[in-house]
Design a protein around this ligand. Structure first.
Ligand code: 13P
Length: 288
């Protein structure tokens, strides 16, 4: 069933769990994510990043995401990830997305506040939840994820980490439902061992008291996920490692000694590998 982000995050927080948010820019990922959530009997977030428009457009994949969410036996949020333009955010809401992200994290604080306020006003009037970002989560050149330019030179720069007091000011001014925070995670594959500032997550949560979002959820150590969740992370965005798991399974299949290969078998093998990877992620994020 189609679900509200705000509601499922509040419930997850009470149980000290995080909800998996999978970017699904093709039908195989949509199907695998729903299968994994149903197998685990857990809620899930299907999301489409504005930057994935080069893989598939919002108009193409959006209605498919909604249809699978409506038919699912578990609560499914359909969310716009890294919405940059007001037009695309409005378009997602018109398609029936139950949640949107406004990512103005590369703009000065006041502009980030103003653009987020504008989106919150429109979204909340329609019962749609809003995620915003304060601080900035960098993107690696390896498997960077959402069509953003890589920031390799800046990775490790702690100046862009979210400041707890500023986060409070931001949340009070905007009334967002959840907040993406920067504390050392990176979109894509880590070029260096991740070193997360988990204490900062705790301090931010103490100030804002709303669910926090981890971007760059691939490649984090299991114990760091657990500590981050305990400290306030309640939504974990996860894409690159599932994307790799699907490709690895396909390579293995194509290396088997066979006379003939068929696309339908390749798709089945890939979908199964994605589902298994999603199940593992849901297990870790929900502490099972
Ligand atoms: P990864 O691609 O690193 O898993 O991050 C996904 C993400 O943060 C989507 O917004």
């Amino acid at each position: 069933m189609l679900a509200s982000l705000k509601e499922i995050l509040v419930k997850a927080r009470e149980k000290n769990q995080a909800v998996a948010a999978f970017n699904v820019p093709n039908l195989e990922m949509v199907r695998a994510a729903i299968q994994a959530a149903e197998e685990m009997n857990m809620p899930v977030i299907l999301q489409h990043a504005e930057g994935h428009g080069s893989l598939i457009t919002l108009e193409e994949i959006g209605p498919i995401m909604i249809q699978y969410a409506e038919r699912s036996t578990v609560p499914v949020v359909v969310h716009l990830d890294h919405g940059k333009s007001f037009e695309v955010i409005m378009q997602a809401m018109k398609l029936g997305f139950t949640s949107v992200m406004i990512d103005a994290s590369d703009l000065p604080f006041e502009e980030n506040v103003a653009r987020t306020q504008e989106v919150v006003k429109a979204a909340h009037s329609l019962g749609v939840s809003v995620e915003a970002e304060l601080g900035h989560v960098f993107t690696s050149s390896l498997g960077g994820g959402e069509g953003r330019a890589p920031d390799d030179d800046q990775i490790g720069d702690t100046d862009i980490y979210t400041d707890p007091e500023q986060a409070k000011e931001f949340v009070d001014a905007t009334n967002v439902d959840c907040l993406a925070v920067a504390f050392g995670t990176v979109h894509g594959i880590y070029l260096k061992e991740p070193r997360l500032d988990l204490q900062r997550v705790k301090e931010i949560y103490k100030e804002v008291k709303i669910p926090l979002v981890m971007h760059g959820g691939s490649g984090v150590h299991a114990e760091d996920y657990q500590a981050a969740i305990k400290n306030g992370i309640t939504k974990i965005n996860y894409y690159t490692y599932a994307n790799q798991a699907g490709a690895d399974a396909l390579r293995k299949h194509l290396n088997e000694e066979k006379q003939d290969y068929f696309l339908e078998d390749c798709i089945a093998v890939t979908t199964e590998a994605l589902k298994e990877d999603y199940v593992r992620a849901i297990e870790i994020f929900s502490g099972q």
